[in-house]
Design a binder for this molecule. Structure first.
Ligand code: G1P
Length: 296
């Protein structure tokens, strides 16, 4: 079985939900406590044992590439100012992983963005991570998926149960139980089903482990939901050709592409922060006490 070495991260989206904050900076560079959202995603990839990240970018996203690059000028200035620790920190980031980027020239959808990675990925299974979905887990979500892949040897989509009135926001999987823990065999997939179109509450979260056959399928997938080339539609075809699994991962997921989800991620991550955690919790407690006293 081929080892999973590469992860594709599409970052070409416009980030309209965060305007005006994202007018001049990519949404993936919005800060969560002390690092940009995209760094959490790349750290998950690194912690899962992946060697190479393939970013699918668009115009105006060079800040992301620069973030993972070595900055000679900044390095020199920090060294002159005896800020060695900060310097080491930044250098360890650029040494984390090899980052390659591919331009998606037209915004034709998630499926099309993944198809853009075909030449760089080649003929091997690979991961896809969507930058809006942050997953905090003891064992990184991608690692959990790789461990399952080592047993089943087939494509896997990460899923989470969502309330039935929210299924229209996700790709929904219908599946049947297997003998593997938290794992279902995919029977059918629907991208953002209209109410009543599916009775499953298993939503695809932005983590996929895919077989290279997906590229040929994506190359012939016609626009689906929202007039875009949908990854879910191509996955449905792949699942008819060979087995595919849905895996209910362990961990907390944040929709960092949504303002409330983003705020929740900030608060939770700040509370766990080694230096900021305790004073931040004290601040939140005092805020809650004040609210109780004033009855607001
Ligand atoms: C994408 C996928 C969808 C998935 C979701 C998870 O949708 O198309 O199947 O459930 O990500 O975040 P988007 O949220 O980009 O519209």
């Amino acid at each position: 079985m081929k080892r999973i070495r590469k992860a594709v991260i599409p970052v070409a989206g416009l980030g309209t939900r965060f305007l005006p904050a994202t007018k001049a900076i990519p949404k993936e560079m919005l800060n969560i406590v002390d690092r940009p959202t995209i760094q959490y995603i790349v750290e998950e990839v690194v912690a899962s044992g992946i060697d190479e990240v393939i970013l699918i970018t668009s115009e105006g996203k060079s800040a992301i590439e620069n973030h993972f690059d070595y900055d000679f000028e900044l390095d020199t200035i920090l060294k002159q100012k005896n800020k060695q620790e900060l310097c080491d920190n930044l250098n360890s980031l650029s040494k984390l992983i090899d980052v390659v980027s591919v331009r998606q020239k037209e915004p034709l959808g998630l499926g099309h963005a993944i198809w853009m990675a075909r030449k760089v990925v080649g003929d091997e299974p690979f991961l896809v991570l969507l930058g809006d979905d942050l997953v905090r887990a003891e064992k990184p979500c991608c690692r959990q998926m790789i461990d399952l892949y080592n047993q089943v040897g087939e494509a896997i989509v990460a899923v989470q149960r969502v309330p039935m009135d929210q299924t229209y926001q996700y790709g929904i999987v219908e599946g049947k139980d297997t003998s593997y823990d938290r794992t279902f065999k995919v029977k059918r997939m629907v991208e953002k089903p209209a109410p009543g179109a599916s009775n499953s509450d298993m939503a695809i979260i932005g983590r996929y482990l895919l077989m290279p056959e997906i590229f040929d399928i994506l190359g012939t997938t016609t626009p689906g939901h929202g007039g875009e080339i949908q990854l879910t539609d191509a996955l449905q075809v792949l699942s008819n050709q060979r087995s595919m699994y849905a895996y209910e991962f362990e961990g907390r997921r944040y929709d960092a592409g949504d303002k409330l989800g983003y705020l929740k991620a900030i608060v939770d991550i700040a509370m766990e922060h080694p230096e900021l955690g305790t004073p931040f919790k004290e601040h939140l407690q005092s805020l809650c006490l004040k609210k109780q006293e004033t009855g607001d």
